[in-house]
Write a protein that binds this ligand. Sequence first.
Ligand code: BJW
Ligand code: ZN
Length: 265
Amino acid sequence: MMLSTPPSPFAENITQAAQVLANASRIVCLTGAGVSAESGVATFRDAQTGLWSHFNPQQLASQAGFAADPGLVWRWYMQRLQTVEAAAPNLGHIALTQLAQLTPSFTLITQNVDDIHERAGSGNSTEGVLHIHGSITQFRCNVCGFEHVLQPFERVQALPPICRQCQQLVRPAVVWFGEALPERVSALAQRAVAQCDVMLVVGTSGVVYPVAEWPYAAQQNGATVIDVNPICTPISAMADLFLQGPGGEILPTLLEVVQQLRASN
Ligand code: BJW
Ligand code: ZN
């Protein structure tokens, strides 16, 4: 007699998550730095290696940090921009693009300042990728907000460029600690969170507010929360389904099961 192996709790979670996703009408995917880790972009809280190991990212990513040493903050962002530009989408980014194509409504909200989701083909329809913490590939004046087009020579300068409009310092168009989230993007994201029936969270530590509250808000409105992360976080603890592992492995597996379920319906 053949003995069949019982499904592991992990395989059961993958199947359940795929069923929920395959039946969903409105999916919100919320990504954090972990989704880009397998592309070679260090996560926010693991980023301080080598030359940067003596600096606190929370201090650098703030008005106080910029005021204290604008050159240091500028050089930190220029080094990170170079890493982002050299990075290619990984299997996790690509699986999310394909999952969106299978779903009636799919809103991708990312806390990441990189543009790797877009380069994987995400956000080509509707509102695009919602960059809730801004973008490291765009620049503006720190005082008047005037948009600045980065020139190649400015990347290697010791100090930030000067605004053409008001002569104050230019900065990356990201959201620092203590700053408000971009209004339009935030409104679109919060509306999608309130209306979704599934929230798929990938690669975030879930400690930065107000975004950290959104999985709770979605769940309170009846959505199923699925979390993908190699380690346990506050989000994995509250999630309905926790898929423990790297996004580049979990998301393609999940996508494959969703595709099978969709094809059999
Ligand atoms: C993998 C993986 C793999 C690894 N696969 N996963 C309420 C309570 C307490 C505090 C506050 C509060 N409300 C506001 C605050 C203050 C503050 C805050 O949250 N502080 C906390 C630290 C306590 N929030 C703010 O200041 C926000 N502003 C605000 O609220 O303004 C109010 C206001 C209103 C009106 C006027 C004025 C003000 C703004 C927050 C902005 C955050 N910005 C940053 C920097 C962006 C620029 C830059 O990159 O330099 O955004 S901080 C940083 O954290 C960055 C990230 O987007 C964000 C989240 O990080 P994330 O993505 O979770 O990364 P990590 O590194 O933390 O985690 C990576 C995860 O990946 C880990 O879990 C790994 O295990 C996992 N992983 N490999 C899948 N292969
Ligand atoms: Zn200006």
